[in-house]
Design a protein around this ligand. Structure first.
Ligand SMILES: Cc1ncc(COP(=O)(O)O)c(C=O)c1O
Length: 443
């Protein structure tokens, strides 16, 4: 085991320097830059629960493609379905029976949804969903919660993880753009609220109801380390939006399929008007979807006035991944296996941190979790998680990486796949124990 990361990652580092000449930062998504290492890692392949990098190292993968690889890398059912789709001519922009059959299977899992459309990325999906909601209500305003993430589109590209000093009072945050280049006027149409704050919610929705088209939210806010909507808060969100004619959109791009076969709709019985799916849904292939009630989805062209189209909407190759994914998670032992892994991992992590005297909160929800250093109680909103100890987090993540567990510093969430075994979890816990001992020593 080397303690010099640059030496250990020599091939990755060389490739990163080469990549940086042709791709900004040497990456195609800023989240792939490894802030703990100071460069990106480059991989040869993935297999099940494992990643293999350019320096010949094997990792247990706890990033799982930011949640897209819930079945692990290269699940045989997904590979087989994709291969079959390839032999039919890589149809890019055509309808086949596959899209219909997979839509039927998808809608069967989301009881409040009646119709759907496929897109590729989550960013497109939330953007389309908001346009459809605006067309349906004839209003433009959107409400989102501080700490929630809905992709990089300008409509909701605000206040994911703002600097607290710039974000206003906790009970009435101001929108802070996540990026340069977002037109300032976009903020005029957006209201940002604190999560799980019933008083702020009711006051604002009643005050602005005439201008609000939609409220979009992550029912499990994995993008702030797995904060859960409190049941009474979620009920209030549903009651108020219904009463005030505001379309309720559950962004389940990350939370869908994570704790059970449906989304929050299936697990809480609270039905939104629209749902966005993505990530795990394509079995690792880039497929997303917008689901909604018939009345709302019929706003889409060609039957309604909201233009909804795209050359790469629903290529059979990607939809085949989703069908294989849905068939795989329908196996009776799929979720019991995930639950067993979750229990072992989260319980084990809590023991590790207690043993090593490290103040850390493990926020495990289904197959994904947040890890918060310096916290001792369950976080309820973004301001709670913003107070975490980043330096401790950086050192822990780097110490795990060096020992062969791929866990990404600054990712709000981590997780495992169905390809992970109890033995992988035990190995992960051994690594975490060593890593925790290292960072405890250097305090
Ligand atoms: C809840 C949520 N919505 C939307 C997105 C955007 O999805 P994509 O990265 O596919 O554009 C993400 C991605 O992290 C997400 O977690």
């Amino acid at each position: 085991m080397t303690t010099n990361p640059y030496q250990a990652y020599a091939n990755s580092r060389a490739l990163w320097e080469r990549a940086s000449r042709v791709m900004p930062g040497g990456v195609n998504a800023s989240a792939r830059y490894n802030a703990a290492l100071g460069h990106a890692l480059y991989f040869e392949r993935g297999e099940g629960a494992y990643l293999y990098d350019r320096d010949g190292r094997r990792y247990i993968d706890l990033l799982t493609s930011h949640g897209a690889s819930l079945l692990g890398h290269g699940h045989p059912a997904v590979v087989k379905a994709a291969e079959a789709a390839l032999t039919r001519g890589i149809l890019a922009a055509y309808e086949t029976e596959l899209q219909v059959r997979t839509a039927e299977k998808t809608l069967a899992l989301f009881p409040g949804a009646e119709m759907m459309r496929y897109t590729c990325s989550g960013t497109e999906t939330t953007w389309h969903a908001l346009r459809i909601a605006r067309a349906f209500t004839g209003k433009i305003g959107v409400v989102k919660f501080e700490g929630h993430y809905h992709g990089v589109n300008d409509t909701v590209g605000f206040s994911h993880w703002p600097k607290v000093a710039e974000a206003g009072a906790a009970e009435s945050p101001v929108p802070v753009a996540d990026s340069a280049g977002i037109p300032p006027y976009a903020a005029d149409y957006l209201t940002v609220l604190p999560f799980n704050d019933a008083a702020a919610l009711e006051r604002t929705l009643r005050e602005k109801a005439d201008t609000l088209a939609a409220l979009i939210m992550e029912p499990v806010n994995y993008d702030s380390c797995g904060i859960c909507a409190q049941p009474e808060f979620l009920r209030l969100v549903r009651e108020l939006t219904r009463e005030l004619g505001i379309v309720l959109i559950f962004d389940e791009i990350l939370s869908g399929f994570r704790v059970g076969p449906g989304g929050a709709m299936a697990s809480t019985g609270i039905y939104p008007d629209m749902t966005c799916l993505g990530k795990a849904y394509g079995g690792g292939l880039p497929l997303s979807a917008i689901l909604g009630t018939r009345e709302i989805m019929m706003m889409c062209t060609p039957v309604g006035p909201a233009l909804q189209s795209g050359t790469y909407n629903a290529p059979p190759l990607l939809v085949a991944g989703a069908e294989a994914f849905l068939d795989t998670i329908a196996a009776p032992d799929f979720y019991p296996h995930l639950n067993e892994l979750a229990e072992r991992l989260y319980g084990g992590m809590r023991e590790v941190f207690a043993r090593r005297g490290i103040r850390a909160w493990v926020q495990g929800v289904g197959a994904r979790f947040g890890l918060l250093f310096g916290l001792e109680r369950e976080p309820l909103n973004y301001r709670d998680i913003a107070a975490q100890d980043w330096e401790m987090a950086r050192r822990f993540h780097l110490a795990c990486l060096k020992r062969g567990v791929y866990i990404m510093f600054k990712s709000p969430h981590h997780g495992f796949s169905s390809a992970h075994t109890l033995a992988d979890i035990d190995l992960t816990l051994d690594v975490m124990d060593d890593a925790a001992a290292e960072i405890a020593q250097k305090r």
